[in-house]
Design a protein around this ligand. Structure first.
Ligand code: DGY
Length: 327
């Protein structure tokens, strides 16, 4: 954008206070009042009056927005690392740049994945529910037996920043052996520094060796339904699935089927198809640990995400290539 213009910027959801204060100084900034996803009509209206829109991962952007925004909106600077809520080719075609916030939520997301793994393996949610309901009748040798984590094999799907952070936690913290599947070949040095992780040739091979399978690949059309019947069939019986990636990576009907047959022993989930509305079947299983998309939800990380989104905006306003331009 030319330096002389005052950019009109829309922030679609509430941000940490300090991030809102920082962005407020950068132009004519509208902070949308309701902290809810924008409706179809709001998106179309937003296309009219803004040069920059800063959405987030739970905003669902209607297809009609891109045509409406052509020649008007110049940047979608998203607050969040995943960008499957944005149709990037369509945005590019409409002349809209897209940025995200990678790197700053790696540790917190991997921490949550490890937490879900431990909670699902050791039945922590189920135990707490029993205790709170006054149903606990004391220690006994056969009470609420879980699955041992230390020394077990962790399978990772998607060995990017977060997958590698998960591998380090599992290997150095819990002595786990790590195997993984990744779209492209990962170099030996990266594998060595991420807990001597071993890349296997197929998803099924990873599923077949894993006691725990943790998903860290991006969402979107390329990975939709990736964890389906074939993968559940290949899994070690009783294995545990962890998903902090995106809901649509898992074929949910196939997951329920695998829980019914016992092929899947338990799961720790942070993301769901169509969230925040969940398939009611999720609530039926005591061996599911269910979190409401909390991967990045710490004060430090949510502030860092704001800073990263604003760094991208500032670079764009200086007419430089934003550091996190999504290609
Ligand atoms: C992201 O940024 O993609 C995360 O899902 C938010 O926690």
């Amino acid at each position: 954008m030319a330096n002389t213009e005052t950019p009109r910027i829309l922030i679609t959801r509430r941000w940490p206070e300090a991030a809102e204060a920082r962005v407020a100084a950068l132009g004519d900034v509208s902070f949308r009042a309701p902290d809810t996803p924008m409706s179809h009509d709001e998106w179309i209206a937003a296309a009219e009056g803004h040069d920059v829109i800063m959405p987030t991962v739970s905003d669902s952007i209607p297809a009609a927005f891109y045509d409406a925004a052509r020649g008007k909106v110049r940047l979608l600077a998203s607050y969040g690392v995943g960008y499957n809520h944005i149709d990037v080719p369509r945005a590019r075609e409409a002349g809209i740049a897209v940025t995200n916030t990678p790197g700053v939520l790696t540790d917190c997301t991997a921490d949550l994945a490890m937490g879900l793994l431990l909670a699902a393996a050791r039945r922590i949610g189920e135990g707490e529910r029993e205790l709170r309901a006054g149903r606990w009748d004391g220690w006994r040798p056969t009470h609420m037996i879980g699955k041992k984590v230390s020394g077990a094999t962790l399978g990772i799907v998607g060995f990017g920043r977060i997958g590698q952070a998960m591998a380090r936690r599992a290997h150095y913290g819990f002595g786990m052996r790590v195997v993984f599947q990744n779209r492209s070949r990962v170099d030996a040095e990266t594998c060595a520094s991420a807990g001597n992780a071993q890349q296997l040739d197929s998803l099924e091979a990873v599923a077949g060796e894993a006691d725990f399978l943790s998903l860290h690949c991006p969402g979107g059309p390329e990975t939709a339904g990736l964890i389906g019947g074939r993968v559940f069939e290949a899994m070690t019986p009783g294995a545990i699935l962890i998903n902090t990636a995106r809901g649509d990576v898992v074929d949910e009907p196939a997951l329920f089927e695998a829980l019914e047959t016992g092929r899947l022993g338990a799961a720790g989930l942070d993301v769901y198809v169509g969230e925040p509305k969940l398939d009611p079947r999720f609530l039926r299983y005591d061996n599911l640990v269910l979190a409401p998309h909390l991967g990045s939800a710490t004060d430090a990380t949510r502030m860092a995400m704001g800073d990263r989104a604003i760094d991208n905006l500032e670079a764009f306003l200086r007419e430089e290539t934003p550091p996190d331009l999504v290609t």
